[in-house]
Write a new protein. Structure first.
Length: 511
């Protein structure tokens, strides 16, 4: 990393004092401690304070006056008043002939100085007993801040009236505003979500303890796999292999306890699914209350580098038991708020993947008929951060039904309608499947089912060749979505929508 001498740092300071546009651009990332000369550090602090107060940088006369004012009440300094004023005057006398070069190095300068400070901070945190977990998490977050420092400064945003930008907006609207939505596999929930959870969005599945958050996420994973998407599933609780067994049971629609007697059927089904979609499911265990969003980002990068696989959907089971990557928090609500903020703004937004995370609602919600977003555990802020929040409710009466029933409640949808109820069949002791109860939905919500059926008729009434029915028939035998492109040229979005119909129309041959 380049060495920035004190003379070069003085040239940077001179550039700032002579060009407000450059100062205002880099003001947000440059700290006073980046300047190693105490005089330069103090001049930068005075300039920054002046800019914060008056929204302009001081001219030479005002800066010298601020230097003199600084010594009113500040007797113990590393330098004299004469030295500070003289240094300020000399800064203005520096001749800058390589302004473009200096500006091009400002981000490198910032990263360099921040990294040096980071190294010193790491040394201070190492004791005879090693490094504490809190200190380690803080240092990891600080290192990531250093790496990302200044990355956004050259992003000028979207040029609204640019012809290419206009055409891109039109193209996106024609494809559908939620064209990147990844289905959950529950046709009515996907209908309410206008296709599913989009890339770049954070969805929260909120439920009381032991009410099926993990199985819900597994079902979302299966829905994505059967719609031809790559899924990465991260979990922090339970024994190794438990998640894999649940996926086996869910995909097989089989009692998890009977899988041992169906080895050949499992092998055949897994091979059929992979041969159909050529997509992957990566399952990774993370450390309970130790892993951060940076661990997930690093793992994604590792898999991409070694296997050339990138996720479309990331499942986090569950965010509450992670650790913040940035900072240490004493209060639980602040800790959880930080975790979900990182899941939304770092993992979902920057990695451009859809992220579903389970989250536990408060204890009182276990006795409620319907869990609401206001029943979020320690921190309601995570609901505000999320793009979509779905709650999972189940009363004692619903548990006693045969098969057991439950409900999803669409508590929040940032870009759509909310307050919708989705009725479910949920027998977790057997198939590990959570299916839409279409008949109960029709009884409880006839208008909603009518709208859903109308949307399906639009698909059915499209003028497509008879090859589609053949593809659908083959899909039913597979127990999921087939490769329609080999039969007929239709869009991937159409394939995904037909897949939802197939998922609800599997015959007994699937077992």
């Amino acid at each position: 990393m380049a060495l920035f001498t004190k003379d070069f740092q003085s040239k940077i300071l001179c550039l700032f004092l002579n060009d407000q546009s450059i100062f205002s651009k880099y003001f947000q990332i440059i700290e006073s401690y980046f300047f190693e000369n105490p005089l330069a550090k103090q001049i930068y602090e005075l300039t920054a304070d002046f800019y914060r107060k008056y929204k302009i940088i001081p001219d030479k006369i005002s800066l010298i006056q601020e230097c003199n004012n600084y010594f009113i009440g500040n007797a113990n300094t590393e330098f004299t008043q004469t030295e500070l004023v003289s240094y300020a005057e000399n800064i203005y006398s520096i001749q800058i002939e390589d302004q473009k070069y200096i500006e091009d190095t400002l981000i490198s300068f910032s990263k360099n100085q921040a990294f040096k400070s980071f190294i010193l901070e790491c040394s201070d945190n190492i004791t005879g007993q090693g490094v504490s977990l809190d200190s380690l998490n803080k240092m990891r977050g600080k290192m990531d801040e250093v790496i990302r420092l200044g990355d956004s400064l050259n992003d000028i945003g979207h040029i609204y009236f640019d012809k290419e930008a206009i055409e891109e907006r039109i193209k996106i609207r024609k494809a559908g505003m939620r064209s990147t939505a990844i289905p959950t596999g529950n046709p009515y929930l996907d209908f309410c979500l206008e296709g599913g959870l989009c890339k770049g969005e954070l969805g929260i599945l909120l439920a009381p303890a032991n009410r099926g958050k993990t199985i819900g996420l597994v079902n979302f994973g299966v829905g994505a796999i059967l719609s031809n998407y790559v899924v990465f599933h991260y979990y922090m609780e339970g024994r190794v292999g438990a998640i894999e067994n649940r996926y086996d049971a869910c995909l097989m629609r089989e009692n998890i306890k009977l899988l041992n007697s169906k080895d050949d059927a499992v092998r055949k089904k897994m091979q059929e699914i992979y041969n159909t979609y050529h997509k992957h499911l990566i399952i990774k265990r993370l450390s309970y209350q130790k892993s951060t969003v940076l661990d997930i980002m690093n793992h994604i990068a590792l898999v991409e580098k070694s296997l050339k696989i990138k996720p479309d959907l990331v499942l986090v089971d569950y965010g509450d038991v992670m650790s913040p990557a940035y900072g240490v928090y004493k209060e639980e609500r602040h800790r959880q708020h930080a975790i979900f903020k990182e899941l939304a703004f770092i993992l979902a937004a920057e990695a451009q993947v859809a992220v579903w995370s389970g989250s536990q609602s408060n204890r009182a919600s276990a006795d409620k008929e319907t869990v609401k977003d206001t029943d979020a555990g320690e921190d309601y802020g995570k609901i505000q951060i999320s793009d979509i929040t779905v709650t999972h409710s189940q009363t004692e009466e619903e548990i006693k039904c045969v098969p057991p029933r439950a409900r999803y409640y669409l508590a929040k949808m940032r870009d759509g309608e909310k307050n919708k109820m989705i009725y479910l069949n949920m027998n977790l002791k057997n198939e590990m499947r959570i299916d839409w109860d279409m008949f109960l939905q029709a009884e409880k919500d006839p208008n909603g089912v009518e709208a859903f059926e109308a949307s399906q008729k639009k698909i059915e009434n499209l003028n497509i060749s008879s090859g589609i029915s053949k593809a659908i028939k083959g899909g039913r035998k597979l127990g999921g979505r087939t490769n329609f492109t080999s039969e007929i040229n239709i869009s991937e979005s159409m394939q995904n929508q037909i897949s939802l119909m197939l998922e609800q129309d599997k015959d007994d041959e699937f077992n």
